[in-house]
Structures are given as C-alpha cells and as structure tokens.
Write a protein that binds this ligand. Structure first.
Ligand code: PMP
Length: 471
C-alpha cells in the first residue's frame, strides 16, 4: 500500500524523494507490520492522527526522552504523546508508584482512597469548586457540553473555526474545513467533518473565527437565547499555536456572562503547559467550566471536568427526587492506575520548580530554529507556549484558522520525514501540531535537535525550490 503513498512524494522533488527512500530503507520492519495490519486495522493505526505518509514507525520501547522502533532505530522524542508526556517516558517516580499500584489492583470501580487527598490539590491547583474525572479529553468535552445544556436549558454551542475538541459528534464541526466549503469569514458555515454524523449537528454547533469578538457578538445578538455554551481553547493549539489577541478572552468572558452562556475553556492541551496550572489562571480569567487532560495524567488516560459549583452540582444519579440529574459515568473513570499517576505527576514531577528549566530549554530550541530559518532563508517562524512550540511556514503572523490555512503546510512533510531519518521526532504528527519538552530532555537533546535541523534545512530549501519551479 505504501507504494500508493510514495507517488505523492514525487511531487515534492528529488531531495524529498531521497529522504522518503531513506526512511523506507531504515524502517523495513515497521513497513512489514504496517502492511500486515493495514487491511484489518484501518490505515494500520488506532487513531486517525497517527497515520502519516508513507506509513508510521511502529514502536517497541520508550524511556526518558527516547523511543525505539521495531527496526532498532533510536529517536529523541519531541512528540511526547501529542503533548501528554511533560513527565517524559517512564519517569522513575511513576514506574515505582505504578508498579506498586498494579500489585494493589488496577480497577476497583469503587472510590479510591487517594480521592481524599486529591480534592484539595485539584481544586486549589486549578482554581475550580468541584470536579469529576473521566478518561479522555473527548469524554470531558462531551460531558462539559451536556452540563452546559442542562444548566442553561439551551441546546446550541459556539466553537472556534479550526479548533479541535476531540471526537465528539457535536465538536467534529469545522475542525478543518476546506476553502469553498467554509462560507464567508463573517458568517462561517458549520461543516461536519466526518461521515456518520447527522447533518442536524450543523444546526446546533455554531462556528466563529478565533480572535474575533465582533463575530461572537453577532451570533449572540442573533441567537444568544438559544446558546448553551461557548467552548474555546484559551491558546489555540491545534492550528500550530495561536495566541489570543490582547483582551480577546476578557471580552469573551464579558459577553458570555451578559448572555447567560456557559464559558468552557478546553484546557486539554493548555493545562500544565506553561506553569503547574491552567491558562485561565495565567490570563486571570475565570471560565464557568474547564476540561483538562493530557499532561495531568503523566501519560495515563485521565481527564477532569471542573468548574462552578452551581453547574457541577447538577451531576448525579438523581437519587434524591428533588435533585436534578446529569448523567456522568464510565467503568474506567478514576481508575486507581490513572489516579495514582496523576497524583505522582502533580505532587512529585510537574511541580513549580520544574518549569523554569523546561521553558529555558524550549527557548533554546526556539532560538535554534530561528537561527536556522535565518541562515537558510526559510520563510517560517516559531510560536511557543510554555514547554511547547511549533513552526509556521509563513512570514505573516497567524491569528486564526483561515490565516493558518494560507501557510505552507506542504513543507512540513519532507521536514518531518527528514528529521525522523536523523533520529529526531521533531514534534507530534501533522503540521498543525506541537512539540513538547519533558523533564527528561537534556540540553544535549536540544543541541542534537538543532544540529540535525541544520541538515534538514537543506531538504526544506530544496523542496521549496522544486515546488516553486514545478507547481
Ligand atoms: N481538546 C483538545 C484541545 C485537544 O487537543 C484534544 C486532543 N488532541 C482533545 C480535546 C481530545 O482529547 P482526547 O484525544 O484525549 O480525546
């Protein structure tokens, strides 16, 4: 099957083609596995985002800042579980604690003894009144939207164009609409992004551009009394990284309050990203609900939905007849394994003291990228947030999804494969993704990354030139 994908690479020119051939030579066992599983497991992966052209490497081991593939190739990993592993791979504290937990059981389906200690940590660290645990970001989002609907008695939800909030039907709208389908900037069309989702979802999910207060105002003036929630990432992190314009979030807070709309901050990626807390705290804005996942669990599946007491008290089985009831359940919710990992991550690893070093390493990497871009004349810039960063192939600063779509994402693919060939997983999979520095990365890791980048710059330049001359 990979031969089919190889044809794509011809379009990128001989340098890129040479890189992909090198990749194929280095990863023959991965290719074999891929070809075997492809027909049974669609695309040979268990999450659409894990597939890339021509096929992904299949991993056998991870430790510290490294992973190894089935061919024995070693990589310094800056994907770090799509940003989940700020703790790095198999942190010794986690290994010790989780081994002990496995011996004591990995699934109780009764409340865990540690909950008692966790309530204070979580409510204080993330500044929320009440919370519940789920397993993934998508689940947390689904539940937050249900709560907002229950609280307001309204059904519609506003989301930002180009934002990804997980695989929940109502949120798989305009996550990546194409030109021609997305409608005018002033009134974006809601575009369902997967087959199998009823069209009616488009009537309930309203889309606005990021960083545009007037767009939100227009929607609220027109149909505010039908809107339950506005869901937003305070820093947009699935279109590269896009920072909010000054006072944007504050104005959104004011507007949502005025119209009685529940403001949900999706902090699945932003939490623990720049300090041991939320982006809401950094911007000093209090949303009504917050969803958190990824870094909080040290690599285990766990998420938190938390916020105002008025909303969170709606949750419950409805045992008391006068008590309202919002459904929230899950066999694996707050399982002892994930709870233990979260506890160790928050109390022992991602402490306040850990961040200055991580941010310094990230700035080192940023500087390395900027020097390479300058030296080789590559039209790109770096955007960072805390321990993560991304490159945007453009010389124009991006403020929203449509701006992002105008950047040169095509150059990302040869860059990614060429970095893999040199033993670096430079970031998570996809041009719109981020890299993550973990507590287990060293200065030497960053220096190696930058050194390889110098090499790869030539691949980017050659590919760009080829495209310029031939497309
Ligand atoms: N929201 C955001 C902002 C995310 O980045 C993601 C995952 N990348 C999700 C929600 C979904 O989380 P999960 O993959 O754990 O379901």
């Amino acid at each position: 099957m990979y031969e089919y994908y190889l044809e794509d690479w011809e379009d990128y020119g001989p340098t890129a083609m040479e890189e992909v051939r090198k990749y194929i030579d280095k990863t023959s066992k991965s290719r074999e596995i891929h070809e075997e599983v492809y027909d049974v497991i669609p695309y040979g992966v268990n999450s659409n985002q894990r597939f890339y052209n021509p096929y992904p490497i299949y991993l056998s081991k991870a430790e510290g800042s490294r992973v190894w593939d089935v061919d024995g190739n070693e990589y310094i990993d800056f994907n770090m579980g799509f940003g989940s592993l700020i703790v790095g791979h198999s942190h010794p504290h986690l290994v010790e604690s989780l081994k002990e937990q496995i011996e004591k059981g990995i699934l109780y389906c009764f409340p865990h003894e540690l909950l008692n200690e966790l309530i204070e940590i979580i409510t204080e660290q993330f500044d929320i009144d009440m919370f519940r645990f789920s397993n993934s970001g998508s689940e947390a989002i689904m539940f937050a939207i249900r709560l907002a609907r229950a609280f307001t008695g309204r059904d519609k939800v506003i989301k930002v164009e180009g934002s990804y909030h997980g695989t929940y039907d109502y949120m798989l709208v305009s996550t990546w609409p194409s030109w021609g389908r997305m409608g005018p900037r002033k009134w974006p069309i809601s575009v369902v992004e997967s087959m199998g989702i009823p069209d009616l979802v488009e009537d309930y999910t309203i889309v606005v551009p990021y960083n545009d207060v007037e767009a939100v105002k227009r929607v609220l003036e027109e149909e505010g009394d039908e809107v339950a929630a506005f869901i937003i990432e305070p820093v947009m992190m699935n279109c590269g990284i896009i920072h909010p314009r000054e006072n944007y979030l504050r104005k959104i807070r004011r507007l949502t309050r005025e119209y009685g709309v529940v403001l949900i901050f999706d902090e699945i990626k932003t939490v623990m990203r720049a300090h041991p807390g939320t982006a809401a705290q950094l911007f000093n804005i209090k949303p009504d609900l917050i969803t958190m996942a990824k870094a909080i669990g040290g690599g285990t599946p766990i998420s938190i939905i938390g916020g105002d007491e008025d909303i969170m008290t709606l949750v419950g089985p409805g045992e008391i007849p006068t008590h309202p009831s919002v459904m929230h359940a899950g066999t694996y919710n707050a399982n002892p394994y994930s709870i233990r990992a979260l506890y160790v991550t928050l109390t022992e690893i991602l402490t306040k003291d850990a961040y200055p070093r991580l941010i310094k390493l990230n700035q080192m990497l940023r500087k390395g990228y900027e020097e390479v871009f300058k030296e080789y004349g590559i039209n790109a810039y770096v955007e960072t947030f805390g321990v993560s960063g991304t490159i945007i192939f453009s010389n124009r600063k991006v403020h929203d999804f449509r701006g992002y779509l105008k950047t040169r994402m095509d150059l990302w693919y040869p860059y990614f494969i060429a970095m893999l060939n040199r033993g670096i997983i430079p970031m998570a999979i996809g041009p719109e993704e981020i890299w993550t520095i973990s507590v287990q990365h060293s200065e030497e890791d960053i220096n190696t990354y930058i050194e390889k980048l110098h090499d790869v710059a030539k691949v980017i330049v050659d590919t760009d030139k080829f495209i310029e001359e031939n497309w």
